[in-house]
Design a protein around this ligand. Structure first.
Ligand code: BTN
Length: 265
């Protein structure tokens, strides 16, 4: 199983950056994020990439379930979590920097139209391709360093629209030949580099690349907290900027969701 996922190759590339790093591939688990958070709470904080061929209780942001696409002979979703101890100066904008890294790995020439929707979605033509779920655990109450878990779920094949207003996008639309293992191998080493650069310098060095893929900038948006206005992109700390009737509002809470308002036909 490890071979199809390029586990040895990924380990070889990442271990020099993250000593002690290992790759684990499991056929089935409830959720790769839940598992790494469980381990961290029990004091297991080694850097690890946990890949699941199937999740039975995948989780998204705001307590939503993450549904994987229906499995055929190939995994129809790519689901994995990267866990590592981290002490950034500031956590703001981490999911945006992760999104930039994932988007640049999947669509380096920006020909697939892969966009980032604040704060954690990957979109193609306003259809959701995938999402990022970031969580942290304090291994012990007095621990100086938090354990970071970055969960990423991407549609490889088509899936039902269950609960979504538009059918999801999938990677096979523009990379039909790419296997899940090849994609994982392309994604993970740059992702580790991104997380380490973020820990040193925060979101600001990623802001320009985010802006180039920003799915909301210049569009009318509606927020779950009732705010409505024209999105003015994101600030240097990764906060969403919305020009409202009451002036410019900045939103940094990850508890808020935002959607573009489609012009009435
Ligand atoms: C979202 O869209 O709100 C985030 C989705 C994140 C899904 C991934 S799949 C791997 C990891 N394990 C989970 O349970 N969730 C993340």
């Amino acid at each position: 199983m490890r071979k199809a996922w390029f586990a040895d190759e990924i380990t070889e590339e990442v271990a020099p950056l993250l000593p002690g790093f290992g790759v684990e591939v499991v056929a089935e688990i409830d959720s790769t994020n839940t598992e790494l958070m469980r381990r961290a709470r029990h004091g297991t904080t080694a850097p690890v990439l946990l890949v699941a061929e199937r999740q039975t209780a995948g989780r998204g942001r705001l307590g939503r379930p993450w549904q994987s696409a229906q499995q055929t002979s190939q995994p129809a979703s790519l689901t994995f979590s990267l866990g590592l101890p981290l002490t950034p100066r500031d956590w703001s904008g981490l999911s945006l920097a992760v999104g930039v890294s994932v988007a640049d790995s999947l669509d380096p020439a920006q020909t697939a139209g892969l966009r980032l929707k604040w704060p954690n979605d990957l979109w193609v033509d306003d259809r959701k391709l995938g999402g990022i779920l970031i969580e942290t655990a304090l291994p012990q109450a007095d621990a100086a360093q938090r354990y970071l878990v970055i969960g990423i779920g991407l549609n490889l094949g088509p899936r039902e629209a269950e609960g979504l207003s538009t059918p999801p996008a999938w990677i096979g639309e523009w990379r039909p030949e790419a296997t899940a293992g090849e994609l994982l191998r392309a994604l993970v080493p740059p992702l580790v580099g991104t997380v380490q650069a973020f820990a040193e310098r925060g979101f600001a060095p990623f802001a320009e690349r985010f802006a180039m893929r920003d799915a909301l900038r210049g569009r009318d948006v509606q927020l779950s907290d009732g705010t409505a206005g024209r999105c003015d992109g994101v600030g240097w700390g990764g906060e969403l900027r919305v020009h409202t009737a009451a002036g410019m509002q900045t939103i940094s809470s990850s508890e808020v969701s935002v959607r573009p308002v489609r012009a009435p036909i």
